[in-house]
Design a binder for this molecule. Structure first.
Ligand SMILES: C[S@@+](CC[C@H](N)C(=O)[O-])C[C@H]1O[C@@H](n2cnc3c(N)ncnc32)[C@H](O)[C@@H]1O
Length: 270
């Protein structure tokens, strides 16, 4: 079994993405989507950005490695009556089922960054975008003090060491790495722009319950807890995450969680 696929099918990212819908929609509004635009949403999950893209009239294909999320996305699109939004399985490292130059816009919010072989991912994203089209990625930033970068850092500290040659997904949050990867796909650095942006996690319960959701449903955190349980350190991991979530919570109410998280927005003119 492909470990990248296994990681994301193990959990249920729909339980986390429910807290990201408002930011997903706001982000999509900033993309200048027009009716009929052909959009590939890569590493789309259950469609947090794909559905809003389709609501703006784009013709959207969501591609994700996790079969459970593809099913969830197709159900959400059907329930929303969006015939212009469909989801299928695929791997951002090798999009062989998609033709060259077939999209005006490729969007990947915290998706393609999790695929292995980042140079292949950049090449594939460029290949399927038409000349004159755009690629927009959202990538968590290593070492950033805000939520997701810290969850990934803490989770990695409790997980077994990655296999030899593993390239951390968080390297997609480093401008020089991104530039180098797109240069490998023939894109000069003048056609790449970077800006820091924010997603807000909104959850209708206390921060400790959001920690529980990550523990039960978010692949990287699930793996960290499994390893920590084997070493008798699950309590430490739980505590570390609760301190993080509580300290970042901006909600005035006790039974609600609002946490902003910084990411690197990458725009590539193909
Ligand atoms: C953090 S989630 C983000 C999902 C979605 N873009 C969103 O904003 O809610 C990461 C997603 O990337 C997908 N993914 C991971 N590796 C992938 C790969 N190699 N190819 C395609 N999708 C991948 C996962 O299955 C998961 O849905």
């Amino acid at each position: 079994m492909n470990p990248n696929k296994a990681l994301w099918e193990k959990g249920d990212f729909t339980r986390i993405s429910a807290s990201m819908r408002e930011s997903g929609e706001a982000f999509v509004k900033s993309l200048g989507i027009t009716r009929g635009l052909k959009v590939l949403d890569l590493g789309c999950g259950d469609g947090t950005t794909a559905l809003p893209e389709a609501r703006l009239g784009a013709d959207v294909l969501g591609v994700d490695i996790a079969a459970n999320l593809v099913t969830a996305g197709n159900i959400r699109a059907k329930e929303a009556g969006l015939a212009n939004c469909r989801f299928q399985e695929g791997d951002a490292s090798n999009l062989h089922e998609l033709k060259d130059s077939s999209f005006d816009l490729v969007v990947s919010m915290f998706g393609a960054m999790f695929a292995p072989k980042p140079f292949d991912v950049a090449r594939e994203m460029v290949r399927v975008t038409r000349p004159g089209g755009r690629i927009v990625m959202g990538n968590w930033i290593p070492g950033d003090p805000t939520l997701v970068a810290q969850i990934l850092k803490i989770s990695a500290a409790y997980s077994p060491p990655p296999p030899e040659g593993f390239i951390s997904p968080a390297t997609w949050g480093i401008e020089n790495n991104v530039t180098e990867r797109f240069a490998g796909a023939g894109i000069p650095k003048e056609r790449i722009s970077f800006v820091k942006d924010t997603y807000i996690f909104n959850f209708p319960a206390a921060p400790s319950e959001l920690v529980d959701a990550f523990r039960k449903f978010y692949g990287p955190t699930m793996n960290a807890f499994e390893a920590a349980e084997n070493n008798g350190r699950a309590g430490d991991l739980q505590k570390e995450l609760e301190v993080l979530f509580n300290s970042q919570n901006k909600s005035p109410g006790k039974d609600a969680t609002t946490i902003p998280a910084t990411f690197l927005r990458v725009t590539v003119a193909v």
